[in-house]
Design a protein around this ligand. Structure first.
Ligand SMILES: [Zn+2]
Ligand SMILES: [Zn+2]
Length: 258
C-alpha cells in the first residue's frame, strides 16, 4: 500500500471523522462560530475547514493515537491557511485530490480559486478549451472535443498515479450522476466536494452575466440538462463502502450551500 493510501484510510476512519466533528463543535465560538486557528478569521463554511496535524502524520505514527488522534496535535484552519502552513514549514502532505462538482454557474471555479495553492493542478475542461484556442471561455467548439478529451485523460492519469511534484489536484466538473461521480473519485482517490446552487440561482447568475449574453440559450440548456441528470449522494446511512477521500478535511458528502 502506498503512503497516500495508508493515510487516506486514516482520514476515512470513523475515529478521525468523529474527532474532527467533535473538535469543530467544541472549538466553535458561541457567537462567531468556528475561528481559524492560523489566521483567526471565521471559517464560514464547513467545507472550508481542514484539520491539520502539527506533528506531521507519517507511516510510522499514523496508527499512534497519541499523535494521530490527539486534539493537542490538531489545528482547525482554512483551506488557504492550510496550504500556507504546509508551504512555510515544508511539510510533505500526501498529494490530495478533490473532485469539485455542481451545476453550471454554481461557483465551482471561484471555490477552487479561493482554496488552492500555488503548486496545485486544476483540471477544468472549459479552461482547457481556452488554453488551446484563446477563445473566451464560454466558447467551446465541438470540433475540438477529441483533442480536449485526450489532454484531460492525460492529466487525469497523472493525477491518478500522483505523477509529478504538485501538492493538490482539483478536478472541476458538472458530474451530475452519482455513480459516475463516485467511480471517478474512487479511481483517483479523490475527496468529493459539492458546490450547491438551485436552478433558479444558476439561471439568475446567467441572466446577469454579460459575457454570456449571446450564448444564453446554450447555457440555459447546460443548466437544465444538469438538473435533469442530477442524482444526489444518498445520506450516509444508506450509502456505505464506496466512499473515497484522501483529505485531512471535509467529511460529509452533502455540503452546505455555497
Ligand atoms: Zn485561516
Ligand atoms: Zn496539514
Amino acid at each position: 500500500m502506498t503512503k497516500y493510501q495508508t493515510l487516506s484510510y486514516f482520514y476515512k476512519s470513523p475515529e478521525w471523522r468523529s474527532l474532527r466533528q467533535t473538535l469543530m463543535i467544541q472549538r466553535s465560538h458561541p457567537v462567531k462560530g468556528l475561528v481559524c486557528e492560523h489566521c483567526k478569521e471565521v471559517i464560514l463554511k464547513d467545507i472550508d475547514c481542514i484539520a491539520h496535524h502539527i506533528k506531521e502524520l507519517t507511516l510510522s505514527n499514523v496508527h499512534d493515537a497519541t499523535i494521530a488522534l490527539n486534539p493537542g496535535n490538531i489545528l482547525l484552519v482554512h483551506h488557504r491557511c492550510h496550504n500556507e502552513i504546509h508551504t512555510r514549514f515544508g511539510h510533505q502532505s500526501p498529494q490530495k485530490v478533490y473532485l469539485v462538482y455542481g451545476p453550471p454557474l454554481a461557483g465551482k471555479t471561484s471555490y477552487v480559486k479561493a482554496s488552492k495553492g500555488r503548486k496545485d493542478i486544476v483540471l477544468d475542461l472549459d479552461e482547457l478549451y481556452r488554453a488551446i484556442t484563446l477563445l473566451p471561455n464560454y466558447e467551446k467548439p465541438s470540433e475540438l472535443s477529441l483533442n480536449i478529451f485526450q489532454i484531460r485523460d492525460l492529466l487525469l492519469d497523472q493525477i491518478k498515479t500522483r505523477t509529478g511534484k504538485w501538492s493538490q489536484a482539483w478536478i472541476i466538473g458538472g458530474y451530475p450522476n452519482f455513480v459516475e461521480r463516485e467511480r471517478l473519485a474512487q479511481q483517483l482517490g479523490a475527496e468529493i466536494i459539492f458546490i450547491e446552487a438551485t436552478q433558479e440561482e444558476c439561471i439568475n447568475r446567467l441572466l446577469q452575466d454579460r459575457d454570456k449574453q449571446f450564448v444564453q440559450q446554450d447555457w440555459l440548456n447546460y443548466i437544465h440538462d444538469w438538473f435533469l441528470r442530477f442524482s444526489p449522494t444518498p445520506p450516509r446511512s444508506e450509502f456505505q463502502g464506496t466512499e473515497s477521500g484522501t483529505g485531512e478535511g471535509t467529511s460529509d458528502a452533502r455540503r452546505p450551500k455555497f
